[in-house]
Design a binder for this molecule. Sequence first.
Ligand code: SF4
Length: 388
Amino acid sequence: MTGDLIARVKELYERNPEARRIVEAIAELGRRAVRELGRPVKIMNFCGTHEWTITHYGIRSLMPEGVELVAGPGCPVCVTPGHYVEALANLSMDGVTVLTYGDAFKLPARRGSRFRSLADARAAGGSVRIVYSFLDAMRVARGGGGEYVFFAVGFETTMPSTSHPLAAGAVPQNLKILTAYRLTPPVMRYMLESVSDVRLDGVIAPGHVSAVIGANAWSFLPKDYGVPTVVSGFEPVDVLLSILYILKMVCEGRAGLVNEYSRVVTPSGNRAAWGEVLEVHDFVDAYWRGIGVVRGSGAVLKERFKRYDAGSEYGVKVEADFTDVMPGCRCGDVVLGRARPTDCPHFMRGCTPSNPYGPCMVGQEGTCRIWGENLPAVLDALRRVRIG
Ligand code: SF4
């Protein structure tokens, strides 16, 4: 290992005295699991924040030969379709102010669009503002007069932020919502049913999402697909423990659901928050950028909230359209665990964190961005571990 990675692993061990012991147990169980399966063991971390922990602390470099950690589709910005960006960029030039999280500001529109991103539209004179929360968006709309659209990107974790004010009747009438939310269990079902070339032996399920929908929302993974699953926290020691639990189940030849993050996640989640999400939304089939249409994975506002729906108000079409995949960009393969960022010809050449070309390089949870921002540690880890 070279300096950068050594420093990070040292930091991991200093922060968590138990980590070294867990890594030793992983080495032993990992070797056994590989021997028993007669092939590499592939564990998918669904969530971009887990990918950050794994990459930043060099956790891949600590895995025994044959234990592979692959990133999954858990980056909402990466999978948000480009036609939403195109529609919003055009609206921003027509007198409507678009309010977006900073993460989606540089998200590419689809190919051939007038503007490459909302950032481009603003540079050309469009009205685009970055907000930090939906509450912030409501404040801006109340104070500003005029028409506003909030770009609602996210998974189940962020859905309550718009659902609660809508259910409470607190959203000003001049603020519409473009609902680009996506649901996470349906895409893991899709992963296991439709992505037959990626064989998963374990899933590290998302902690933040599970705090809302509950750990039990993932019970279908072991029950229907025989995949050991652990709902995990985000400290390095959480992720190491989750890997250990998965390897233990693989060695024992059984699949179960473990809630490693029980200090935050309950079996049934936050019922009040999720109840309001259900009160406000219907779930529909939806397109995921780079992946395709996933059954029951999108959300639309129910009829009684339609007056807040930017889609109906401004005629934004909800459609599947692969023209939002940039030529040569392998983001679709990266989020499905088929490829690593370093397999992409654009990685850290024409696509960098400061000048993203594809969607996985844009948001904080994008695997390409995480790898790009931790490049020395990533390259060190790749020298020690064969992935994919
Ligand atoms: Fe796409 Fe950029 Fe990642 Fe390549 S490096 S897969 S172009 S986001």
